[in-house]
Each structure stands twice: as structure tokens, then as C-alpha cells.
Design a protein around this ligand. Structure first.
Ligand SMILES: Nc1ncnc2c1ncn2[C@@H]1O[C@H](COP(=O)(O)OP(=O)(O)OP(=O)(O)O)[C@@H](O)[C@H]1O
Length: 276
């Protein structure tokens, strides 16, 4: 049965729009920093359908990570409402960050199992589920290895497997491939496409790479200079399954240029405001 979760500054919750997983309505977040008030985000309006892969792009400091933290429930919005429609008994969200976030004193298996251990899943089942993800993400044979012995790309696979092992209803990814080299980035994008296409869970993916956003996303949402608002919401017309060859098509280059034309104004506004 569906439940509805609301991170809100007002009540009551609305009925779910058809197929919606997330609905942000006028979401804002301000921070108090010393004597200053920082208006980090919003008002931001966004609807994400169940099973949709949505990429957020926008200038540095525009509030993208803040939005993910609001969705994750780590930060309450200071205005507006965020509604999530969730299935009972399953993890709501799970986060993957740029800096791997793996625990150096645990093996790959124990890292991937971490969220299942927290949820008190019996050890045998937790091991089976973790091993399944280790295989799916291409780390078979490394389950007993420690993170220090792995490359950056492999550590990030561990992070992704750990996030997915708890079967989150919404996967939140904050520039997850920004710290790996260009070739590994393409490999990780393909790994993510493959595992996502197997079960199509809802994903919100923050990136600075338009190419990455267009390869991965069903939609690319351009966020304005701080405080971040949606300035453009582009449906990516390329079919699935996708591969990296998509990048070499003229249609891809044309769309990338169109999105950049929108984003460039926001980056310039951000630079003028001294954000970067
Ligand atoms: N805890 C906090 N206290 C004060 N200010 C904060 C806090 N967290 C974020 N900010 C400010 O809010 C604004 C938005 O930050 P956020 O990290 O969400 O941006 P971003 O779009 O994710 O940036 P980037 O692309 O560089 O990662 C920035 O000006 C940041 O300095």
C-alpha cells in the first residue's frame, strides 16, 4: 500500500498526481551563516514520476545538493512542500556522493551490506543480497578486498552497490562520477545505465556534465543561479537501452548545445554574483 510522506511547512497532503513519486512545490531552503542569511534554494517546483531518471544541472552553489538533502529528509525546507509517495516497508531514499563514502575498515562485502545490517536484515539474506549487487555492478571476486586496495572507479561501484542493496525507492546521486577519470566515468555511466534499465527505479542525479545528463536521463532539469529554481525542463528524446555511442550522433550534439545555451546564462549570472 502506498504511503505519503511530506516534508512541509504547511499541511495537508494532496492526493498523488498520476504516477508521481515526488512533487516539490515552492520548496525553499535558507541557511544562517554567521550574521548572514544564505538563500540557497528555491522556490523550486519539480515533479518526478515513478521510475523516472531525472538529471539536475546548474551552476556551482545553486542549491542542487541542498535539494537532494531536502528530498533525503536531512534538511527540512524553510518554505514550500515536498511530497513523496512511497511504498510501505521499503527504504525511501539512498544517497551516493562524489567522494565514495566507503568505510575503509570494512571489506567490499561488508560495505555493500552496510545498509542491510542497519536495517537488521538477517546475515545470510544480507550476504546474498550484497553478493548479488557485487556481481551486478561488476565487482565479482573483490568481495573480500578492502577499499584501499581498489581503484577510484571500483570504490565508486562499491558506493553504488551499497546504495542499491537497500532497494531505495528514490536513488539520489550527487555528482557521483566527478572524482574519477574520463574513461572510468564513461564505464561507470554504462554500468549505471545497465543496472538502472533492469529495474528502473526513480533516480535524481546531480551532475556538472551535460553529456552525462543527456546520456543517462529521461529529463534534464536546468537549475538557475542561486537560489536555485527550475529554468528549463528538457525531455531527452533518445530511446533505451542507451549506450555511449549515442554521444557521437549529431542529434546528441545539437541537444547538448541547446541545453548549454540555457545553462550558460545561469553560469554567467552565478559568476557575476561571485559564486564560483
Ligand atoms: N549548512 C550550510 N550552511 C550555510 N550555507 C550553506 C550550507 N549548505 C549549503 N550552503 C550554501 O548554500 C548554497 C547552495 O549550496 P549547494 O551545496 O546546495 O550547491 P550546489 O548547487 O550543490 O553546488 P556545487 O555544484 O558546487 O556542488 C551555497 O551558497 C552554499 O554555500
Amino acid at each position: 500500500m502506498d504511503t505519503q510522506t511530506r516534508h512541509a511547512t504547511s499541511a495537508p497532503p494532496p492526493t498523488a498526481p498520476t504516477n508521481a513519486k515526488l512533487l516539490a512545490s515552492g520548496v525553499e531552503r535558507q541557511f544562517i551563516s554567521g550574521k548572514h542569511r544564505v538563500h540557497a534554494l528555491g522556490p523550486l517546483d519539480l515533479r518526478v514520476a515513478d521510475g523516472e531518471f531525472v538529471c539536475l544541472v546548474g551552476p556551482s552553489g545553486c542549491g542542487k545538493s541542498t535539494f537532494l538533502r531536502v528530498v533525503n529528509g536531512l534538511l527540512p525546507p524553510t518554505a514550500g512542500t515536498l511530497d513523496l509517495w512511497l511504498d510501505e516497508g521499503r527504504a525511501a531514499t539512498s544517497m551516493v556522493f562524489q567522494d565514495y563514502g566507503v568505510l575503509p575498515w570494512k571489506t567490499v562485502l561488508a560495505n555493500v551490506r552496510f545498509g542491510l545490517d542497519m536495517a537488521k536484515v538477517p546475515r545470510r539474506e544480507a550476504n546474498e543480497r550484497a553478493m548479488d549487487w557485487i556481481r551486478r555492478i561488476g565487482l565479482n571476486g573483490f568481495e573480500k578486498a578492502y577499499p584501499a586496495t581498489l581503484s577510484g572507479g571500483m570504490r565508486q561501484r562499491v558506493s553504488i552497490a551499497r546504495a542499491l542493496a537497500v532497494q531505495p525507492q528514490i536513488l539520489l546521486m550527487d555528482e557521483p562520477f566527478a572524482a574519477v577519470d574520463a574513461q572510468m566515468r564513461v564505464v561507470l555511466q554504462e554500468v549505471l545505465l545497465k543496472v538502472w534499465e533492469e529495474d528502473r527505479r526513480t533516480v535524481i542525479f546531480v551532475t556538472h556534465s551535460l553529456e552525462e545528463a543527456l546520456v543517462l536521463g529521461d529529463r534534464v532539469v536546468v537549475v538557475s543561479a542561486r537560489p536555485g529554481r527550475v529554468v528549463s525542463d528538457i525531455t531527452v528524446p533518445f530511446g533505451r537501452p542507451r549506450s555511449s555511442d549515442l554521444r557521437r550522433t549529431p542529434e546528441f550534439s545539437a541537444l547538448q548545445q541547446n541545453v548549454w545555451d540555457v545553462l550558460r546564462d545561469e553560469v554567467q549570472a552565478s559568476l557575476a554574483a561571485g559564486e564560483e
